[in-house]
Write a protein that binds this ligand. Structure first.
Ligand SMILES: [Cu+2]
Length: 124
């Protein structure tokens, strides 16, 4: 009986101070709407992520997640897993190779193409 009480207290104290709607934002590299879908999907695939919105212009990813179920490192590694660099963390070449050719954000030509398109869209 005593053990059970201690266990309950321990579980309660572990959960204490953890936010089920923790917010975070970080920079994720990408170039287009396909990247956006890929990045956000990778986040939602992570158990505990409630909201993931990536901005194609600013490259900022805004997250709302349950700290009791996941953490930033887990979310980041899932994003890296689909081939997108997070801040200073580089996705492996294998993971990067799986992104669509038009999404090769490390390629200056591709990046420039997308930037031109963004400007065209804006000036339309
Ligand atoms: Cu893309």
């Amino acid at each position: 009986m005593k053990t059970i009480v201690i266990l309950i207290m321990l579980t309660a104290s572990l959960g204490y101070g953890q936010n089920k709607n923790a917010k975070a934002s970080m920079e994720v590299n990408g170039v287009c709407m396909m990247c956006k879908t890929r990045i956000e999907k990778a986040c939602y695939k992570t158990k505990g992520v409630k909201s993931a919105v990536w901005n194609v212009n600013t490259h900022e990813l805004r997250l709302i997640y349950d700290e009791r179920k996941t953490d930033i490192n887990t979310i980041q590694s899932n994003i890296l897993g689909v081939g997108h660099d997070v801040k200073d963390l580089k996705a492996t070449d294998e993971a990067y190779a799986t992104v669509h050719p038009c999404c090769r954000y490390r390629d200056n030509e591709v990046r420039k193409d997308h930037e031109d398109n963004t400007i065209k869209e804006r000036d339309k």
